[in-house]
Design a protein around this ligand. Sequence first.
Ligand SMILES: [Zn+2]
Length: 154
Amino acid sequence: MKFLCDQMLGNLSRWLRFFGFDTYYIQSDIDDDELLKIAEKDNRIIITRDKELIIRANKRKLKIINIDSINLDVQIKRILKNAEINENKILSRCSICNTILKKIDKQDVKNKIPNKIYNNMNIFFFCELCDKTYWMGTHYDKIIKKIIEIKNGN
Ligand SMILES: [Zn+2]
């Protein structure tokens, strides 16, 4: 299941990527035509709060998830009604750019991260595009905590 988040949903898109969903996020000011084209071409579900966009996407028979809250947890909950998290995919994508992360050897991240993290963590991932390092531990725990919060909250 692939998603496309509109410009107002940057935070949500980051979290969807943390969960491992392939999520295109429109950062630049592209027009709705272009956005609809991308969704159609890549077979992405459009996640949006924009009523006008919903009408246009409906006309093209594109799949939409209509977000009506500005609360992140409520937004995530709405998505998870439509899509299930695959635990193996958590932390598999860069939250900034959507690129699939690569596993990287511990010795190769030494200069990229704080010493404390280096000493305490053993599994590291890396985004080649952003030059950003992620690790099992605080990143992973934060994601799991969020999933549990959302499953328990109403
Ligand atoms: Zn990246």
